[in-house]
Design a binder for this molecule. Structure first.
Ligand SMILES: [Zn+2]
Length: 117
């Protein structure tokens, strides 16, 4: 996103993103990962290298990584919910940049007015 210079344009950009800032599904702030692992049973196929494929959600909380197992039938939902979180996070990032730009242009405009008078 290129941040516009003019306050009117900045406000237009802000409004467009404010309208998109609504969750279209549940929101999940985690990463969906696929892990190959052994189950510990020495007679299982995984002990001979054919490891089990599992889907997990991982997230960090106070510098600690948490993991939760996702049953295969819930993987599409988990994927969509984490994508929705990424979309909203990106929107908030852009809204922040635009809000800051709006404050900065206000300061610049005031300085310019003071310089003239
Ligand atoms: Zn196994």
């Amino acid at each position: 996103m290129k941040i516009p210079q003019h306050p009117t344009l900045i406000r237009r950009f802000l409004l467009a993103r404010q309208k998109q800032l609504q969750a279209k599904s549940p929101v999940l702030a985690a990463s969906l990962v696929t892990i190959r692992r052994t189950c510990g049973n020495p007679n299982c196929r995984c002990a001979r290298g054919k490891k089990h494929l599992g889907h997990y959600l991982t997230w960090k909380l106070q510098a600690k990584t948490h993991t939760v197992y996702v049953p295969v039938e819930l993987v599409p939902q988990a994927k969509q919910w984490t994508q929705e979180h990424r979309r909203l996070k990106q929107l908030v990032r852009e809204l922040t940049q635009l809000s800051l730009a709006l404050i900065q242009t206000h300061v610049t405009a005031r300085r310019r007015r003071q310089a003239r008078s």
